[in-house]
Design a protein around this ligand. Structure first.
Ligand SMILES: C[S@@+](CC[C@H](N)C(=O)[O-])C[C@H]1O[C@@H](n2cnc3c(N)ncnc32)[C@H](O)[C@@H]1O
Length: 233
């Protein structure tokens, strides 16, 4: 993956915050719905949403959850704050400007960690993936909603080719490989489902392994075949 930096990402999202919903709201909402629907809900559920952006998931939150939404971009968070106030969800959702690669939470703080359309934006997806796992409790859910490098060789070649352009323009990488991410972070995926039209995004449900199940060298198990490894440099 082409390296970017938090500063590039932050600037890009600060710039688009006011128009973000127009371009990425309705179009990507089916995936957000699937992700929230996959959460094993119960009163008092502690949820972390990484890269909450303008808060497009907020309307789907259950009022009895305790949600913390974090994001790098102050302007995206300002939009989220307005939305949360309008929805009267102030006692359900807390917002915090912070970096997903250095989360200010103790180990095992959350029951569910959700990252919608974020992993291909963060400059260091490995560090972020490990942080998500660290702050999730054992047996908790980690839900990654994202575009990943295609299994189709021709399409994957195109995605690798355009990735340097998209990452410089908006900090978005089109060549993030899911098997590579899972193996580098130790995340354990139990289900991968295609979402949104035309199925180019995936909802990846991971379950954090309990302390006795942790085997850092074991390959991640997936419900679909893994045909490629790390992204080409
Ligand atoms: C493509 S937007 C997705 C926003 C929202 N989750 C959605 O569903 O539309 C990516 C978001 O991730 C945030 N982000 C990028 N890198 C981040 C990081 N390292 N830590 C926290 N948030 C980050 C960006 O500021 C932006 O709001």
């Amino acid at each position: 993956m082409e390296p970017t930096s938090n500063a590039v990402v932050q600037r890009a999202y600060d710039r688009v915050a006011r128009v973000y919903d127009f371009f990425f709201g309705a179009m990507l909402q089916p995936g957000r719905r699937r992700a929230i629907g996959a959460i094993a809900s119960r009163p008092g559920l502690r949820v972390l949403e990484l890269g909450i952006g303008t808060g497009l998931t907020a309307e789907m939150y259950h009022r009895e959850w305790n949600v913390v939404g974090v994001d790098l971009s102050k302007s995206m968070l300002a939009q989220a704050e307005q939305r949360i106030a309008k929805l009267d969800l102030g006692s359900t959702v807390r917002l915090l400007q912070t970096d997903g690669a250095r989360l200010p939470f103790a180990d095992n703080t959350f029951d569910v960690v959700l990252a919608p359309y974020v992993m291909s934006v963060v400059p260091d997806p490995i560090a972020v993936g490990r942080e998500l796992s660290r702050v999730c409790r054992p047996e908790g859910q980690i839900l990654l909603l994202n575009h990943f490098l295609s299994h189709n060789r021709i399409w994957a070649r195109l995605e690798r080719w355009v990735s340097p352009l998209t990452s410089q323009a908006g900090g978005f990488h089109t060549d993030l490989s899911l098997p590579w991410l899972l193996s580098m972070t130790g995340l354990h995926a139990v289900n991968v489902t295609s979402v949104n039209m035309p199925g180019m995004w995936k909802l990846v449900t991971c379950v954090k392994q309990g302390v006795f199940a942790l085997q850092p060298d074991s390959p991640p198990s997936l419900t679909y075949s893994q045909t490629h490894t790390s992204p080409a440099s």
